[in-house]
Ligand binder design. Structure first.
Ligand code: FE2
Length: 212
């Protein structure tokens, strides 16, 4: 009898050089024009394993059904193309390959989507990194890697068994260079609101989100 394990959640720490090497690429991110906020910036890229290599797929628009995204579902979103120089760095490649190895998507022909996202906040107004609330993304796997948290209070990474659960299975601050990957068909996730922890200073939270 073949006994196969099923992936649930894995969290790990990457080499500490990765986040500082990639954080500069968040400075010029264009605004996310699909949300009514001047606090969200993002870019997008798609990848696929090909033989023993990972290739970048042509840029395309992004679509999520309203079944999974109550805020901007059923809207075709044309995000900015992810910076090619950043993608070719060994730091980004390490993150991409880590996600693909952990999820087995280096072995099949799954498309891996990557979103580069900055959310900013002020000390007198909260920002919602996940405006859709407790949700699934509609994939098999979702990974979140933290590049930077600066002047941030809140922004907890929370994992739930159901969309109406009160107490998360996991409620943690994803620190710089930490990567968490979860089974998106099994769990729901949410990022709690953020507030700048320094009066008069902007708070910044920079992440990559991987889905497959
Ligand atoms: Fe999500």
């Amino acid at each position: 009898m073949e006994m196969e394990n099923k992936f649930l959640i894995e969290a790990f720490q990457t080499p500490s050089s990765i986040a500082p090497q990639l954080s500069t690429y968040f400075e010029d991110l264009p605004a996310d024009k699909y949300v009514d906020s001047d606090h969200r910036y993002r870019s997008y890229a798609r990848f696929q394993a090909e033989n023993s290599d990972v290739v970048r797929l042509p840029h395309s628009s992004f679509f999520q059904s309203s079944e999974f995204n109550r805020v901007v579902g059923d809207v075709e979103r044309d995000f900015a193309e992810m910076d090619h120089d950043m993608v070719s760095t060994p730091y980004f490649q390490h993150l991409l390959k880590s996600f693909m190895q952990k999820t087995g998507t280096d072995k099949d022909n799954s498309v891996v989507d990557v979103h580069q996202i900055r959310v900013t906040c002020d000390s007198d107004a909260t920002s919602a990194p996940a405006p859709e609330g407790i949700h699934q993304d509609g994939y098999r796997f979702v990974g979140i890697f933290c590049v930077q948290r600066k002047n941030i209070a809140g922004g907890f990474t929370q994992i739930f068994a159901s969309p109406v659960e009160q107490h998360p299975h996991l409620n943690t601050v994803l620190e710089e260079n930490q990567f968490v990957i979860l089974n998106d068909s099994r769990f729901f996730h949410h990022i709690s609101e953020t507030l700048s922890s320094e009066a008069g200073e902007k708070g910044v939270r920079d992440v990559f989100v991987f889905t497959a």
